[in-house]
Design a protein around this ligand. Structure first.
Ligand SMILES: Nc1ncnc2c1ncn2[C@@H]1O[C@H](COP(=O)(O)OP(=O)(O)OP(=O)(O)O)[C@@H](O)[C@H]1O
Ligand SMILES: O=P(O)(O)OC[C@H]1O[C@](O)(CO)[C@@H](O)[C@@H]1O
Ligand SMILES: [Mg+2]
Length: 362
């Protein structure tokens, strides 16, 4: 089958590099294959509501370094369980048929879905319903299976590392403990990598429930050794042993309703109460998702975008381009959603952190 027209959408949380994917998809589609490209607005919401725009070559000029996504996104619009508010009451409806209608009406031959695990779940269901779907793996969390890396992760780690560097100097000047909370609900990749890059003294990740007493003992030992400040990097999904997540709010329309945030306050309060060390807390939050992608993410996003077009032209539907070692390889979307890619307890970076004298809370 020779394809003539493709659609593209970005769904789930935004992250640096989505525009670099759109840039690559549109350029390669037009330059190498003379395809027409349309972009659906706000993820699957735009397919349900029939909102899209044509993407011409000039529309993507200069967007590579821009954060966010020029198409908009939604992390609530699951067409199979679409949130509908009526008289302030929420109910869910199956709007998947509308997506299929939009796909057919627009005359696209393939749909490129840029997203994380949630988006890939939806994409896989549409693939099983007969749509020609291709995925592009996005998420700052790096928790998608089947690919060594997702784009967005390197940018988030860079932002978090710079923040830790800045916090280091004020911690040092005031002889304080500083607790920095980074994103990562169930996977501690951002905390682990930015913690190592920023020289964190303590790194707490969701995969290793932490011992609060151990954290306090460790900080006191640092003081006894003449280190008058400490940096504690904590993932938002980290939990004390026997304890639970700190939930900031619930988003009722979401598949995973909980939004985490605030574990750093608990850790900071406990440090101050148990050790008397003056402590301050910083939550980086959505700063980690905003702004310009790193050069690494621009290149990875460009490789993914170009490969996604290649997969579409080859008719390799139900697949996404994955980074395996240095190579980009086609991987079934199914593979990516089989389970979440958390930090394995025997991961070499954990050993590296320990060898640097970092305490991991266990
Ligand atoms: N397991 C699932 N099965 C079906 N739909 C899901 C699932 N998880 C999430 N979704 C839906 O997929 C959409 C996007 O999910 P989510 O907000 O987690 O973004 P994502 O694509 O996983 O990217 P990220 O997690 O990086 O933000 C939401 O509409 C959500 O309701
Ligand atoms: O943008 P929202 O809805 O606050 O979601 C925040 C969540 O999304 C992510 O940024 C990406 O999945 C997580 O790290 C974080 O827990
Ligand atoms: Mg997700």
């Amino acid at each position: 089958m020779q394809i003539k027209k493709i659609g593209i959408l970005s769904a789930g949380g935004d992250c640096p590099g989505i525009n670099a994917v759109i840039h690559a998809v549109v350029k390669k589609a037009i330059l190498d294959h003379n395809l027409e490209v349309i972009g659906f607005l706000d993820g699957f919401q735009g397919m349900v509501e029939k909102r899209w725009r044509k993407l011409e070559y000039n529309d993507v000029s200069g967007i590579m370094p821009l954060g966010g996504t020029i198409l908009g996104t939604s992390n609530k619009a699951n067409p199979f369980r679409y949130p509908v508010w009526e008289n302030k009451e929420l109910h869910f409806e199956d709007r998947s048929e509308q997506v299929i209608e939009t796909y057919q009406e627009t005359g696209i031959d393939a749909l490129i879905c840029i997203g994380g695990d949630g988006t890939f779940h939806i994409a896989q269901r549409f693939f099983e319903k007969g749509l020609n779907v291709i995925g592009v793996p996005k998420t700052i969390d790096n928790d998608l299976n089947g690919t060594d890396l997702t784009f967005g992760f390197d940018s988030a780690v860079s932002v978090a590392t710079e923040a830790i560097d800045r916090i280091h100097t004020t911690a040092q000047s005031h002889h304080r403990a500083m607790v920095i909370e980074v994103m990562g609900r169930y996977a501690g990749w951002i905390a682990l990598e930015s913690g190592i890059a920023g020289g964190g003294d303590v790194i707490l990740i969701p995969e290793i429930p932490f011992d609060m007493e151990g954290v306090c003992r460790f900080l006191q030992k640092r003081i006894a050794a003449g280190k008058r400040f400490s940096i504690v990097v904590v993932a938002e999904g980290a939990r004390p042993k026997g304890g639970d997540y700190v939930i900031q709010k619930k988003v009722v329309e979401s598949h995973d309703q909980i939004r985490l945030g605030g574990i750093s306050y608990l850790v900071g309060q406990e440090i101050e109460a148990r050790t008397g060390i003056e402590t301050r807390v910083v939550i980086l939050g959505h700063l980690q998702r905003g702004g310009s992608p790193t050069a690494f993410d621009r290149i990875l996003a460009t490789r993914f975008g170009a490969e996604a077009v290649k997969l579409a032209v080859q008719g390799k539907f139900g697949y996404f381009p994955a980074l395996i070692g240095q190579e980009i390889q086609p991987m079934p979307i199914k593979e990516a959603i089989a389970s979440l890619k958390t930090v394995p307890l025997d991961h070499p970076l954990l050993d590296v952190a320990r060898s640097m004298g970092t305490y991991l809370g266990d």
